[in-house]
Design a protein. Structure first.
Length: 282
């Protein structure tokens, strides 16, 4: 059983025997592997090739649909800016995993008011126009965003998320069939899978991406202090969810950790500033 699967269990009004049944059902399905980048044991029921292939297929379908709706890459200046920034980040990602040099990297700007960005397995990226419009980010802050998202892909978080979803669904199905669970019990099992399994792991993944991302950006010559100013801006955007009910660490937790990491990244940043940066051509 993965060491992190039942980490951070939230007290819930549920029969202990039933909770154990869910845990055992999920544990029976667990195919765990130690991530060479983070050192963490992750649930990996989906192969790396499957995760990349699925991501490419989903990304292609998404961009085709957005193209038909005229909701992608409408602002040439935003597109040029984000491609220049990610172009500097990508070559440095190869230090974490050499196979990333063979990924079909791509980044586009989605016309939407959301303040969001992502990077799928295999390097398929996007950032929403709302990030530019609402956050007014500097290049250093944009680099922190995209480095964080790239770190998710480097750390196999897409693959882990796909595996967790598979394990949760199959575990609930097995429990409902084997224990003849009532509709209420099955619904509770789904809640358990979400709050106890998927969310704590997602918070762990977010923290890992913060740590890798700030170093990746520093190595590409982007100021690590921008990670702090970025999340201070994000905090001002507002988020009413308590940390234990969120897939992300609280803004306060995140800013405190990034503040701890920033001084360690300064030498990498200063060294990178004095070098000509290699860039990836899209």
């Amino acid at each position: 059983m993965c060491r992190s699967v039942l980490k951070g269990v939230i007290p819930m009004p549920i029969n202990v025997k039933y909770l154990l049944g869910v845990a055992l059902a999920l544990a029976a399905l667990a195919g765990c592997a130690t991530n060479p980048i983070t050192g963490r044991s992750q649930l990996m029921l989906v192969s790396g090739q499957e995760a990349v292939a699925s991501s490419y297929q989903a990304y292609s379908a998404m961009t085709a649909s957005l193209q038909q709706q005229a909701k992608i890459n409408r602002d040439a200046a935003k597109v040029a800016r984000i491609r220049a920034i990610t172009g500097r980040l990508i070559p440095h990602s190869f230090a974490w995993r050499s196979d990333a040099a063979r990924w079909k990297w791509e980044v586009n700007v989605i016309d939407s008011p959301e303040v969001n960005a992502f990077c799928m397995a295999g390097g398929k990226m996007a950032i929403y126009s709302g990030f530019f419009d609402k956050m007014n980010p500097s290049d250093d802050e944009l680099a922190q965003v995209m480095a964080h998202e790239i770190a998710h892909a480097l750390s196999d978080h897409t693959r882990e998320k796909m595996s967790m979803a598979m394990a949760s669904d199959l575990g609930v199905q097995l429990l409902a069939t084997g224990a003849q669970a009532s509709a209420g019990q099955t619904q509770m099992a789904h809640a358990l899978a979400l709050y106890v399994i998927q969310m704590p792991n997602s918070r762990t993944a977010e923290s890992e991406a913060d740590q890798i991302g700030i170093e990746l950006a520093a190595r590409a010559g982007y100021n690590p202090a921008a990670a702090i100013s970025l999340w201070q801006k994000m905090a001002r955007q507002g988020n009413g969810s308590p940390e234990w009910l969120s897939t992300h660490p609280s803004h306060e937790t995140r800013i405190a950790e990034l503040s701890r990491l920033t001084p360690r990244m300064e030498p990498l940043y200063r060294e990178a500033k004095g070098k000509k940066q290699q860039t990836y051509s899209f």
